[in-house]
Design a protein around this ligand. Structure first.
Ligand code: HEC
Ligand code: HEC
Ligand code: HEC
Length: 159
């Protein structure tokens, strides 16, 4: 059973609606509020930012499978933020000890790499896939489906 309630989520700007997954998972009482509007994604406080924060339209991504992005979610517990400790929790590019060389094994933990990899990566791949489909004999009728932006200022508006 899924019911709708209207509880605010700190991250949310604009539409404040919350889907409650009350008894949906494993018979537990865990509640999870799913932001249906935009989420502002911004750098951790320690970062001297070069770009404006990103208004991420979570709502228009909910047609995609959740675990495209929430890739550690097991479906039973509440979803946690991307920069949770142990996840994408580094605010700078990781370096090897006593060296200026990038520690490639830890790059996934750098929050910026994670976001750019996911966000831009998917928008690019989908665009390529759509173009490939459009170029087959069957083609695609009418307007090609849209994906998201890959250009800097589309995501980070000029300040
Ligand atoms: C295209 C990527 C993407 C997809 C698909 C997606 N989300 Fe999210 N979601 C995010 C991002 C990014 C955040 C912000 C996380 C943060 O602030 O660190 C978020 C935040 C959330 C939060 C709030 C987490 C918190 O920190 O409190 C919930 C709950 C959530 N999503 C549920 C879902 C569910 C359920 C689905 C599938 C129906 C889904 N999301 C699909 C990217 C996505
Ligand atoms: C798994 C694929 C996927 C991922 C990951 C993804 N997107 Fe998208 N994005 C899409 C698709 C598909 C659309 C087109 C949606 C539509 O037109 O309804 C889109 C559209 C957008 C748009 C334009 C939306 C609008 O309403 O006009 C923005 C902005 C955007 N994405 C930002 C992001 C950001 C920021 C992230 C990373 C947090 C992200 N996306 C991650 C697939 C993805
Ligand atoms: C699909 C959306 C998207 C696109 C396109 C995109 N970024 Fe980002 N970028 C993000 C997200 C999400 C973050 C993490 C939140 C934040 O720090 O603002 C981020 C973080 C950053 C950061 C670290 C924070 C800061 O302000 O210093 C920089 C620098 C940056 N991006 C530069 C760029 C540049 C340059 C481009 C173009 C080559 C670009 N981004 C394209 C979504 C995007």
């Amino acid at each position: 059973m899924r019911s709708l309630s209207y509880v605010g989520v700190v991250l949310l700007i604009g539409v404040v609606a919350c889907a409650s997954f009350g008894t949906a998972f494993a018979g537990e009482e865990a509640e999870m509020c799913v932001p249906l509007g935009e989420i502002t994604l911004q750098a951790p406080d320690s970062v001297e930012t070069k770009r404006a924060p990103v208004e991420f339209p979570h709502g228009s991504h909910l047609t995609l499978a959740c675990n495209n992005c929430h890739h550690t979610w097991n479906g039973t517990e509440a979803i946690v933020g991307c920069m949770t400790s142990g996840c994408h929790d580094l605010s700078a590019m990781p370096k090897k000890p006593d060296s200026n060389a990038v520690d490639k094994t830890q790059v996934f933990r750098y929050y910026k790499s994670a976001f750019h990899g996911q966000c831009i990566g998917c928008h690019k791949n989908m665009t390529l896939e759509i173009q490939k489909m459009a170029n087959t004999l069957a083609g695609i009728d009418g307007k090609l489906p849209t994906t998201g932006p890959t250009g800097c200022i589309k995501c980070h508006p000029k300040e």
